[in-house]
Design a protein around this ligand. Structure first.
Ligand SMILES: *Cc1c(COP(=O)(O)O)cnc(C)c1O
Length: 377
């Protein structure tokens, strides 16, 4: 019996338990503490660009507090990439605001800058107001066209909350994903680039923003000798135990990114020449995906099977794969939200499949996946 090959497993580096043990030994088994500060420091060093990082309980919490910081409230509209995981959009609803979905372009599969501008202009015409924020996503680790997106955001003076949950370690023009927007959200969920078992972080542009995010994340306690509250707060801080896992993971982040890129290269090599299957690659030399997940497009008219046929076939071989994200503008829960579409994400959703890509995989695992794919031809 072959062992099961998973899509993206947590991959410990070895030092994680040392940091956890230290937390136990010093009785810092609470939210906040030396591991939280250390983890935030490590992330700030890694990201560069003088950013300020707040460790939080989830990437979703980071996106939510990003919206809170940008003053998004009931009645506002927020533009969000349609081709993404629902966690990019849900926090807009937590704030009582309305998501406006914008489709993708074909190069990076992320927010189409032209369609973004069209949406901004049209929202202004329809509602008399500009959207309050823009949430582009670096899907599967592939950097979005941030230069173009930021140019438009600047033109209309709309802040960017960057969803970099899948893109830790990805780069565009030499800069790390998560550092482009006024705010950036990272995720340390179990299947992301690094894990804290569950967690996230909000990347801020100023120290004052960082202090304010920490204030919101710890129940918005005003500086009084008693508990005084003047705004609504949240319980969103990362625990010192989870942050210990994060510190250990930061020691292996670079090598995990390198390994995912290697795995992607191996898929490209082994699948080259297979008719009807194309592996998604960086669209130019200034774009460096972390290849969190290697994705393929399946042209059923050429190879005779669909992406879902292939998924079922791989499952029989004990290989986990996953269809690409179903666009938000097709989700029943967002039925009433306005959307600006061009057919790109719908086509990707119908043809795309994510292949096992975890840094824990061996070359032999990847070869087994490719053999399984070829056996369906
Ligand atoms: C994982 C993910 C999130 C949410 O992160 P959590 O830590 O799971 O809350 C947000 N956006 C995208 C695109 C994601 O993939």
């Amino acid at each position: 019996m072959n062992k099961r090959i998973w899509l993206s497993l947590a991959h410990m580096g070895g030092r994680e338990q040392d940091f956890i043990k230290e937390a136990f030994d010093t009785n810092w088994v609470v939210p906040l503490g030396p591991n939280v500060n250390g983890f935030e420091h490590d992330l700030e060093q890694f990201l560069g660009k003088n950013k300020y990082v707040v460790a939080l309980s989830a990437g979703t919490a980071a996106l939510h507090l990003g919206l809170v910081m940008l003053g998004v409230k009931a009645g506002d509209e927020v533009i969000c990439q349609s081709f993404t995981f629902s966690a990019s959009a849900n926090p807009i609803l937590y704030q009582g605001a309305t998501p406006i979905f914008v489709d993708s372009e074909k190069d990076t599969w992320n927010m189409d800058p032209q369609l973004l501008e069209k949406a901004i202009v049209d929202r202004k015409a329809q509602t008399g107001k500009y959207p309050k924020a823009i949430i582009p996503v670096h899907l599967y680790g592939m950097p979005a066209k941030m230069t173009e997106i930021m140019e438009i955001a600047t033109k209309y003076n709309i802040p960017i909350l960057e969803d970099a949950a899948e893109a830790l370690g990805s780069q565009l023009n030499g800069l790390k994903c998560g550092t482009f927007g006024q705010f950036g959200a990272l995720s340390f969920n179990g299947n992301k680039m690094i894990t804290t078992s569950g967690g996230g972080a909000l990347v801020c542009s100023t120290e004052e923003q960082k202090r304010r995010v920490m204030f919101y994340a710890t129940q918005a306690r005003e500086p009084f000798p008693y508990y005084q509250h003047e705004v609504i707060g949240y319980n969103y801080r990362l625990s010192n135990i989870c942050a210990g896992i994060g510190r250990g993971q930061m020691l292996v982040l670079e090598s995990h990114v390198a390994r995912r890129r290697q795995i992607h290269d191996l898929y490209v090599r082994l699948l080259s020449g297979v008719k009807g299957i194309t592996v998604k690659c960086n669209s130019n030399e200034n774009t460096q995906s972390n290849f969190w997940l290697t994705c393929i497009l399946v042209e059923s008219t050429i190879c005779g099977f669909t992406a879902n046929d292939l998924r079922i076939h791989l499952e029989k071989e004990d290989i986990e794969s996953r269809l690409l994200w179903k666009p938000m503008h097709l989700q029943p829960v967002f039925q009433t939200s306005p959307s600006y579409t061009n057919g790109v994400s719908e086509e990707l959703f119908s043809k795309g499949l994510c292949l096992p890509s975890g840094s824990i995989l061996t070359d032999e695992d990847v070869e087994r996946v490719v053999l399984a794919i070829k056996s369906l031809l």
